[in-house]
Design a protein around this ligand. Structure first.
Ligand SMILES: Cc1cc2nc3c(=O)[nH]c(=O)nc-3n(C[C@H](O)[C@H](O)[C@H](O)COP(=O)(O)OP(=O)(O)OC[C@H]3O[C@@H](n4cnc5c(N)ncnc54)[C@H](O)[C@@H]3O)c2cc1C
Length: 158
């Protein structure tokens, strides 16, 4: 509700990974890199302002949230890179920062994914198929869109 009304949750869920515990080439000796996967933010801010204005303060909130459960975390941060939904869109082409390449709402599943008329993994170009998060059944580490696309390719080959 906060994210809808305000743009981001005041009590967000943050998933933290520290990959340098497994690969010590990622950070100088004695230091680490941590990635914070922060949820419950709105791609479009309700007051119409840009994520460019709010990026830093929302990052502060995310770090403070981790600090509540892991005291000292905040003090240990010497540098940070922030990817707001807008940054994810600009850098990786994820529209609205959506990690599933389009929300998995009922209006964007089944025959409506990626759009009506194009949900059978074929494209207007003969022999060119599509799969991945943008196609049914959508994002997630399932391999299901690829499986379905391969099934359609085999069907066309036979
Ligand atoms: C931050 C984040 C967190 C996520 N968390 C979860 C989670 O917890 N659980 C979950 O189920 N899903 C999660 N997802 C979503 C999930 O990762 C994706 O939906 C899924 O990986 C999509 O699979 P895919 O095979 O379609 O594409 P991808 O996994 O993106 O694979 C596409 C591959 O194609 C390669 N490629 C691109 N262009 C070319 C080219 N021209 N030539 C050759 N290779 C190319 C890319 O390098 C990449 O390896 C998350 C996504 C993100 C971004």
């Amino acid at each position: 509700m906060d994210a809808r009304r305000h743009g981001w949750s005041k009590a967000p869920i943050v998933e933290i990974l520290i990959p340098s515990t497994l690969d010590d080439t990622l950070a100088p000796k004695g230091a680490h890199v941590a990635s914070l996967f922060c949820q419950h933010v709105s791609p479009q801010l309700p007051d119409g302002t840009s994520w460019d204005v709010h990026r830093e303060k929302v990052a502060d909130l995310m770090i403070a949230t981790v600090d509540k459960f892991a005291p000292g975390f905040k003090k240990s941060v010497i540098a940070r890179q922030i990817n707001s939904p807008l940054d994810l869109e600009r850098t990786f082409g994820l529209v609205g920062g959506d990690i599933f390449h389009g929300a998995l709402g009922l209006d964007q599943l089944f025959s409506a994914r990626p759009m009506l008329g194009y949900a059978d993994y074929r494209t207007p170009v003969k022999g060119l198929y599509q799969c991945g998060s943008g196609t049914h059944p959508g994002g997630g580490v399932t391999g299901a869109p690829g499986h379905n696309a391969a099934r359609e390719m085999l069907r066309d080959l036979r």
